[in-house]
Design a binder for this molecule. Structure first.
Ligand code: 8X3
Length: 251
């Protein structure tokens, strides 16, 4: 069935992979992000291939703007079937006693509060329609802390708890809730984490074939297309030579 899929942080990485894979699946897309030009480029790319795409420029940290955009959706786009809460980031990799207050705040505001904002705005409609699916992008980092990951790991741990909480709260409806927990995915994740230090970022993926945004998007599309009685609750997706968040075998 043709679905309306809203993806936050759709301009790069896993979000962009999801946009392309859900488009290939024949779905209609609402793509959100902060960068208008990038959103427009992806909209054009997918529209040229026949996908209906609506773009919304806002930062998930800005609750007022998010509310205005979601409440102002045209009628034909209001009934969102799948919410992919992808927007998120890591900033810094330092001991907890040396981390940056600003970095912490940005991660908490985006990864936790932004996800909650989108959930609060979109899920009531899903429950009322007794139809829908929330796919949260968590992380292996949410399963266990790794050295210097502290606050980032905590935000992804919160994503796991919030996903589990939501699943309980919508269990009487047909709405499904999924937590995707990627491991090492090569996107601009590390570049962002290291504040643009590309050399340090490149080292993260040295000696191991990392996952791609498309690899994670494949799982998201699978979960969204599973039969209605099947709820893919949680999926941990690691690179093959990765044993856990902190064990990576480089060759
Ligand atoms: C991204 C995975 O292990 O680099 O969430 O933190 S990891």
């Amino acid at each position: 069935m043709n679905k309306i899929v809203l993806i936050t942080g759709a301009t790069s990485g896993i979000g962009l992979g999801c946009a392309r894979k859900f488009a290939a699946n024949g779905d209609k897309l609402i793509l959100t992000g902060r960068n208008e030009q990038k959103l427009e480029a992806i909209r054009k790319e997918l529209a040229d291939q026949g996908t209906q795409v609506l773009t919304l420029v806002f930062d998930v940290r800005d609750r007022e703007q998010a509310t205005r955009c979601i409440n102002g959706l045209p009628d034909e786009w209001k009934e969102i079937d799948v919410l992919v809460n992808n927007a998120g980031l890591a900033l810094g990799l330092e001991p907890e006693y040396e981390g940056s207050f600003d970095d912490w705040e940005t991660m908490i505001d985006t990864n936790i509060k932004g996800l909650l904002t989108m959930t609060r705005l979109i899920v009531p409609g899903m429950v009322a329609r007794d139809r829908g699916h929330i796919i949260n992008v968590g992380s292996v980092a949410g399963d266990a802390a790794y050295a210097n990951g502290n606050v980032y790991c905590a935000t992804k741990s919160a994503v796991k708890t919030l996903t589990d909480g939501l699943r309980l709260d919508v269990a009487s409806s047909a709405v499904r809730v999924t937590n995707l927990k990627p491991g090492l995915v090569e996107t601009n994740f590390s570049n962002t984490r290291f504040h643009g230090d590309t050399e340090r970022a490149a080292n993260v993926y040295k000696g191991i074939k990392p996952l791609t945004g498309d690899d994670i998007a494949d799982v998201a599309v699978y979960a969204a297309n599973a039969p209605a009685h099947v709820q893919i609750a949680e999926v941990l997706i690691l690179a093959t030579h990765q044993g856990s968040g902190s064990v990576i075998v480089r060759k």
